[in-house]
Design a protein around this ligand. Sequence first.
Ligand code: SF4
Ligand code: SF4
Length: 434
Amino acid sequence: MQTNFTLAQLADPDTAVSEKILRSCVHCGFCTATCPTYVLLGDELDSPRGRIYLIKDMLENDKPANEEVTLHIDRCLSCLACMTTCPSGVDYMHLVDHARARINDTYRRPWLDRAVRDVIAAVLPYPARFRAAMVAAFVARPFLGLIRRVPGLSRLAPMIALAPARLPRRSRNAGKNAFPAEGERKGRVALLRGCAQSVLDPGINAAAVRLLTRQGIEVVFAEGDGCCGALVHHMGRRQESHAQAKTAIDAWIKAIDAGGLDAIVVTTSGCGTTIKDYGFMFRDDPDYADKARRVSELAKDISEYLETLDLAALANPSKVVVAYHAACSLQHGQQVKTTPKALLVKAGFEVREPAEAHLCCGSAGTYNMLQPELSARLRERKVANIEATGAAVVTAGNIGCITQIGAGTKLPIVHTVELLDWAYGGPRPARLTG
Ligand code: SF4
Ligand code: SF4
């Protein structure tokens, strides 16, 4: 695609990157077929190619973001299915990140939209606040019908609806930062403590700790790590996301210096995609470029790390039929496609893959709270495809998908690491025990 940027515009490092991305698009339109919003809405402006044109026009002409650009970029899930499909290797992720940041900096949203976004950014990344919000949502749940009808309050309804009916108890690991390897120590990793996941399902990291330590891996939570910054990053709030990312980077660098790390293991694939991108995010920051690159190089999804281990002592061989839901952040963002399924098969599960596995379930970070209608349509489609597999259990590698799909089906849904922990000697996942 031909571009017309001036030298002055290209002096801005973000614009220089975006210009290269824009030039790599040959407007073939292959990406439209796999874009969930184009599949649902059939509008070119809700396809990757249409959004690329909108972003090009905004950047090239130095325009502030307007209502039209904001509408169509907001509808984008950042699922990155378009990147998997694109034959020209267009780096849509960094282009849309740039566009979101520009919208955040130059467009004044209606007050209600601003308020909802401010609340999400102030609550979700902080476990104590998020837990309090979940308790409030639990109290508000019986009034959901009423809340939906009150203008202003209705924007809170999707958040209340997504809150689990029962909040899990705090993990027994809460407050503990180090878990020694059982037997001979074969490695040492840091596990991302995470923010929303630690409240919604502390059992996921507990399963990861059990499985890893049984395999001879020492596990630590780096002191001071928290939200990786992904949640606000996808809302275009660059300053906040960089501040959160820097805190996490500092925590991991300290852990590396204190005893070395073989990997930074992540059980929330949405976070993993962002952590793997720290090197890019901080490429021009003289204080953080090197540290961020080191952290990104060590970041691994739990399935990637488990694949490097010779998993020993299959204790609970199970023929349970599981439907594997591939989180977009894992299959498209990190290009981890076959590893989780291979690990499940090796552990004795029968794995079935739903039709349209490339399509997003509608979770997409904060998307299900900000775009509830589109998100609900995607969930319905995803749940129908999952249930058609005839599986008894659903599994995924991302808490966002687990919450989203779980709200639309009666089938139990668990994280892949919980099934693997069970298969290799851990307890049966709580959601499977009824
Ligand atoms: S598939 Fe790639 S090159 Fe073709 S229009 Fe989409 S982004 Fe552009
Ligand atoms: S990231 Fe997903 S929703 Fe956004 S343009 Fe690409 S395929 Fe469509």
